[in-house]
Design a binder for this molecule. Structure first.
Ligand code: XIL
Length: 333
């Protein structure tokens, strides 16, 4: 059971937070600090300060560390696709840069970071490849290269493909295609990371179960890597009526500004219980569940997809007290 932590937890600013982290979880992900823009801000400059601290915190407490993430189109550094002259790099240069980036980082944390989100969010919703700069320059080869370089740098590390909406059939099949493609070329991939930024209603338990079974059938582990459940209207819900009205009340759409009504607390608890009952049923296929944040006050969902809303996505409230949802999860295990 893992948790994503941010800079203030990495720097151990609040002892209560650290106690909660180390008493409740045994895996850590950096919510931001291991992304390209932070670890490798300039071509000849790496910055490992925060990552080192996270790895140390994990080692002191015997926690598994997930490296998030090596190759992603977002939170990237501006130099990555440009030559010194300002032109766009070619495929060969992209390969060089990926190799340098991945070998340096994975090599540095060899034996310490035990699992890597090697490639994050390379798929479009229809299951085709996302038309990111990585893809436009490198084709699907950038994915193969990334996994190869990661494996060369630390042969023992587990290597994952990570994405959101991986329960939806089209995107799920895209991820399965990636796994099968890598395996057919003899390239190591150990797991599919389903981000799991979910809502009270979607995806359904049946859809999640189908996806777990289909991923496991390809011979990889399944993990739920960024679990949180929004209780607020989500513009992406299939059940949300008309797309033009989805952001109608933004940016102040805030149905529960003070606290979460008891009825919604219960709904959230029931939703978490259903999800964890399913996870337990398939515990032979699922290797990890990581929550995307320690408590409601730290959830990125307070600002996404609409800034300034108050959301209640996690197991602990803003005072770090366990919610009904926490008890519901604990009761399933
Ligand atoms: C999010 C963080 O939670 C935010 O703090 C940051 O501003 C943006 O990124 N998919 C991912 C995560 O793989 O890295 C993202 O994390 C959420 C979506």
């Amino acid at each position: 059971m893992g948790v994503a932590i941010n800079r203030s937890q990495i720097n151990q600013a609040n002892k209560e937070e650290i106690d909660l982290i180390t008493s409740q979880f045994n895996a850590l992900t950096a919510e931001n600090d291991m992304k390209w823009m932070y670890l490798h801000p300039k071509q000849d400059e790496f910055n490992f300060e925060q990552a080192d601290k996270l790895v140390e915190l994990a080692a002191e407490n015997d926690m598994f560390v997930v490296g998030h993430t090596l190759v992603w189109h977002s939170q990237l550094a501006p130099w990555v696709f440009k030559t010194a002259e300002g032109d766009t790099i070619d495929d060969a240069e992209l390969t060089n840069r990926l190799k340098n980036h991945i070998s340096t980082i994975v090599g540095k944390y060899k034996g310490k970071i035990e699992g890597w989100d090697v490639v994050n969010e390379a798929l479009a919703e229809d299951g085709s490849y996302r038309k990111s700069a990585f893809f436009k320059i490198g084709g699907e080869g950038f994915i193969e290269n990334a996994f190869r370089f990661a494996h060369e740098a630390d042969p023992e590390a587990e290597l994952y493909y990570n994405d959101y909406n991986l329960i939806n059939a089209d995107k799920r099949d895209g991820a399965i295609r990636i796994v099968k493609n890598l395996k057919s070329k003899g390239i190591k991939i150990d797991g599919v990371g389903v981000q799991a930024h979910w809502s009270l209603n979607e995806p359904s338990i049946e859809e999640i179960e189908t996806a777990i079974e289909m991923y496991a059938a390809t011979g990889v582990k399944v993990m739920f890597t960024e679990l949180d459940i929004t209780v607020l209207p989500s513009p992406w819900e299939k059940s949300t009526a008309d797309i033009s009205t989805r952001f109608e009340n933004s940016p102040t759409m805030n149905p529960y500004p003070e606290s979460l009504p008891d009825s919604v607390q219960t709904q959230l608890a029931n939703r978490y219980a259903d999800i964890f009952e399913l996870f337990n049923k398939h515990s032979d296929k699922i290797s990890r569940v990581t929550f995307w944040g320690l408590h409601d006050g730290l959830s990125w969902k307070n600002n996404f997809p609409i800034r300034g809303r108050t959301d209640y996505t996690l197991l602990f409230d803003r005072n770090m007290k366990p919610k009904k949802a926490y008890l519901a999860v604990i009761q399933t295990v």
